[in-house]
Design a protein. Structure first.
Length: 391
């Protein structure tokens, strides 16, 4: 009886200790959540910095086992707060390395595999894993080929391109090389990697449809020029902004203007208004396209344009940029909107100024429709449409 009584007392002690430990863990987790919440509240120009500095100092003292919890704090954080939290996580990892403590690799891998977490946090987790266990890179990178993190996806596409390049050196494996390059192209979202895969596929006599891969709109109705002398036309609502009547004629810069159809054959969807409408300075041109969507969904409307521009989706202004000849690039301007099921209307206003320098003569734009990852969304009535994988 005395033995069982002693065992019972020890069991009771263990239960108390265990409960205290669990409370401690819960309190630690709650404390980390509160600290990262305080850091996420930091704003530019010093707002919340004093509180964030104090929170960061405490967060950086967290146990190495808490790294996944710390990285979770990056979910929903803006760039400024994410940088603070990542710095705290790196401080924890560096301290652990100095004390010969192992990182919680299994938990970090679980965090990395959960794509609901912030891409920045997952990238940090990946770098911590491979820093401690370099061999893990070979195993993990191929799993990123369709990852929502563009940084991680880029690593996988680079590896896929390398493997394809090795295959193409073997004359007996040209078909395998073509398939490998096609896989890389399908996954690629960065322009340089897309171009690299496309160029190699062309060398292998494989068809490549870059406009469909990007989601560039190729068929337009154009009208212009309207007056933009002294750049005063940018905020003038000319008739196309009030109604879309493709049969109408309107007074323009040098006489009446009317809509006409235009299809670009440029691989990157560029519409050259100097060629399509004519060479004009101090001018406004409009481009209109209809987009058929089987369902309602959120989209990015991404514009590359060296001129002043505005973009509307179904009458809603998504982006306006009164900037001239400051450079252009794919996805230079990103407007976020929502397609409705059925027919949608996209309207683009492109404003040319009156500069006379050779480098200021371009009057052009390119526009694509995609999801937030840059995956093409194609109109249901697009000729030869092949929807790019949305993974």
């Amino acid at each position: 009886m005395r033995m069982y009584s002693r065992i019972g007392r020890w069991a009771a002690v263990l239960l108390v200790v265990s409960a205290a430990g669990e409370r401690g863990l819960c309190q630690a987790a709650e404390n980390i959540d509160q600290l990262t919440k305080t850091i996420r509240a930091v704003e530019p120009k010093g707002v919340g910095h004093r509180e964030a500095i104090a929170a960061w100092s405490e967060l950086a003292k967290a146990d190495v086992a808490d790294l996944p919890q710390v990285l979770t704090g990056m979910d929903g954080a803006d760039d400024l707060a994410a940088n603070w939290i990542r710095a705290a996580a790196e401080t924890i990892a560096q301290r652990a390395a100095g004390q010969k403590e192992s990182l919680p690799l299994d938990q970090l891998e679980k965090f990395l595999a959960d794509t609901k977490h912030s891409p920045r946090g997952r990238q940090a987790a990946f770098e911590m894993i491979v820093a401690e266990q370099p061999a893990a890179r070979e195993r993990l990178v191929p799993t990123f080929l369709n990852d929502p993190s563009m940084e991680l996806r880029r690593l996988a596409v680079a590896e896929a391109l390398d493997k394809a390049a090795a295959l193409v050196k073997d004359e007996a494996r040209q078909a395998d090389a073509a398939e490998a390059y096609r896989t890389a192209l399908t996954a690629a979202r960065d322009t340089d990697q897309i171009d690299a895969a496309a160029d190699e596929l062309k060398k292998l006599n494989q068809p490549v449809d870059l406009p469909s891969h990007f989601g560039f709109v190729m068929r337009w109705h154009l009208i212009g020029p309207f007056d933009n002398r002294e750049k005063k036309g940018f905020d003038v609502a000319y008739p196309p902004e009030k109604e879309i009547d493709l049969q109408a004629t309107y007074p323009g810069l040098n006489g009446d203007v009317k809509w006409f159809e235009h299809t670009t054959d440029d691989a990157y969807g560029t519409v050259d208004l100097n060629k399509a409408i004519g060479k004009h300075m101090g001018a406004i041109g409009y481009a209109y396209a209809e987009f058929d969507s089987p369902t309602a969904r959120d989209v990015d409307i991404r514009l590359g344009c060296i001129n002043g521009n505005k973009v509307w989706l179904n009458g809603e202004l998504l982006t306006a940029n009164h900037v001239y000849h400051a450079g252009t690039a794919i996805d230079q301007y990103v407007g976020q909107g929502r397609l409705k099921a059925g027919r949608n209307q996209i309207l683009v206003k492109v404003a040319q100024n009156e500069q006379t320098e050779d480098w200021a003569q371009r009057w052009q734009f390119q526009l694509r429709v995609c999801d937030h990852l840059g995956t093409a969304i194609l109109s249901a009535d697009r000729p030869g449409k092949t929807q790019v994988s949305s993974r």
